[in-house]
Write a protein that binds this ligand. Structure first.
Ligand code: GLY
Ligand code: MN
Ligand code: MN
Length: 419
């Protein structure tokens, strides 16, 4: 629990006296009838508490001489605990989780009223829980509100050695899943069967769940960016794009590989794949502290535009094509995002209107892609080829480390694994 106390201290030190931090935890969500979705604690809440029960609120009161750490929790309930397991309760919140004070969740509104007269600023994430938004706006209309994600986002963006270890574990397990995927994929298999191979490796490796719903997209399905139906048959002669990563101890991996269902790239697939791979390698080579976080987008759009011109899919001069975003129908998503407790992790990309610089301890994805939809106007021999290659990269003091390098991306390596 020391790690969470250190984070709370570092966070509190950056807040003005007489401020109040209110971070609601995640809710249990009904899936259907009496069945819930698997519970997963909200990331800021977990980052500061390590407490993973639903119906909880974390409060920090920044008083003149100290920061008081308060947890609102569910009551102990022997009958319910028979069904759903032990609850920490008020005593556990203090003794096991280090809260200075703990209250029942039902006491929140009255405690809020007690604290508000002494509060000048409230740090609170709006638009996550509408019923809390209403309560706070009604009770605290004279108080200044600030978003918790500002300071917490900056803290979460720079990963500690312990966090990097967990992320390496998440990415190692996920890399193994991709290797198993390549080994087991064959024509006639259903996309969900291939998804199951990944999910087995995630769970078997200790991941609580996939970090996001796996995308297993055969053939034309790869051109639907968030395809998650995963219910079509994989066919010889087509590629399959798999975007899947596990969540280990709350940390996400986010990996995409695209490979031929029958283990051999066609010449068209190879041509498109090589461009995406070149774009990805050029980006990774450039990543180090001090460069702009926009560099991945700039490098990848240039390499992809050049490649599409080489293949005759685009015509014109490179600068002009980039200027008018001619690549966009083929590469219509970002090249990178922060990665951590959330797959699209906390932390801003711009500071004072400028793209920020990368720094040691940041982890970001590098995920260029080319998707050729029939309506794009390209020659039909390219139709329905969709390729994305996504790796997770840690910025280090002198460059970077690819956390996901255990899973191959070179054509020859993929074909060898699948042979
Ligand atoms: N898997 C989600 C993403 O790549 O951003
Ligand atoms: Mn991603
Ligand atoms: Mn992804």
């Amino acid at each position: 629990m020391k790690i969470y106390a250190e984070r709370r201290q570092k966070f509190s030190q950056q807040l003005p006296t007489n401020s109040l931090v209110i971070i609601p935890g995640a809710d249990e969500m009904l899936r259907n009838a009496d069945t819930q979705y698997p519970f997963r604690q909200e990331s800021n809440f977990y980052y500061l508490s390590g407490f993973a029960e639903p119906d909880s609120i974390l409060v920090l009161r920044i008083l003149p001489k100290k920061a008081e750490y308060i947890l609102f929790v569910r009551p102990n309930n022997p009958t319910k605990e028979v069904w759903t397991g032990k609850r920490a309760g008020i005593d556990g919140a203090r003794q096991q989780y280090g809260a200075d004070t703990a209250y029942l969740i039902s006491e929140f509104a009255s405690k809020l009223q007690e604290w508000l007269p002494k509060t000048e600023t409230i740090y609170y994430p709006f638009a996550v829980k509408p019923e809390f938004d209403r309560l706070l706006l009604a009770e605290a209309n004279k108080t200044i509100f600030r978003d918790v994600n500002g300071i917490l986002g900056e803290m979460r963006l720079i990963k500690s050695a312990a966090e990097i270890e967990l992320m390496q574990k998440a990415t190692d397990i996920s890399a193994q899943a991709h290797i198993r995927g390549m080994q087991t994929c064959k024509p006639g298999m259903m996309e969900y069967k291939l998804a199951a191979e990944y999910e087995f490796v995630f769970t078997n490796g200790g991941c609580a769940a996939p970090a996001y719903p796996p995308i297993v997209a055969g053939g034309a399905n790869a051109c639907t960016l968030h395809y998650v139906d995963n219910n079509a048959e994989l066919r010889a002669g087509e590629l399959v794009l798999v975007d899947a990563g596990g969540e280990y101890e709350y940390y996400a991996a986010d990996i995409t590989r695209t490979y031929p269902v029958n283990g051999k790239f066609t010449s068209e697939q190879r041509a498109i794949y090589e461009i995406v791979l070149r774009a990805q390698q050029a980006v990774i080579k450039a990543l180090r502290p001090g460069v702009s976080c926009r560099l991945p987008q700039e490098i990848s759009t240039r390499v992809i535009t050049e490649g599409l011109v080489d293949l005759g899919i685009l015509t014109g001069t490179i600068d002009e094509l980039i200027e008018k975003r001619a690549y966009f129908p083929f590469f219509m998503h970002g090249c990178s995002h922060w990665l951590g407790l959330d797959t699209h992790d906390a932390g801003v990309y711009k500071m004072n209107g400028q793209w920020r610089e990368l720094a040691a301890g940041m982890v970001l994805t590098v995920e260029p892609g080319i998707y050729i939809r029939p309506e794009s106007g390209a020659d039909k021999r390219w139709n329905n080829i969709g390729v994305r290659i996504e790796d997770d990269v840690l910025i280090t003091a002198d460059g970077n480390k690819v956390l996901t390098q255990a899973v191959p991306s070179e054509i020859a390596e993929i074909e060898a694994i699948m042979a």
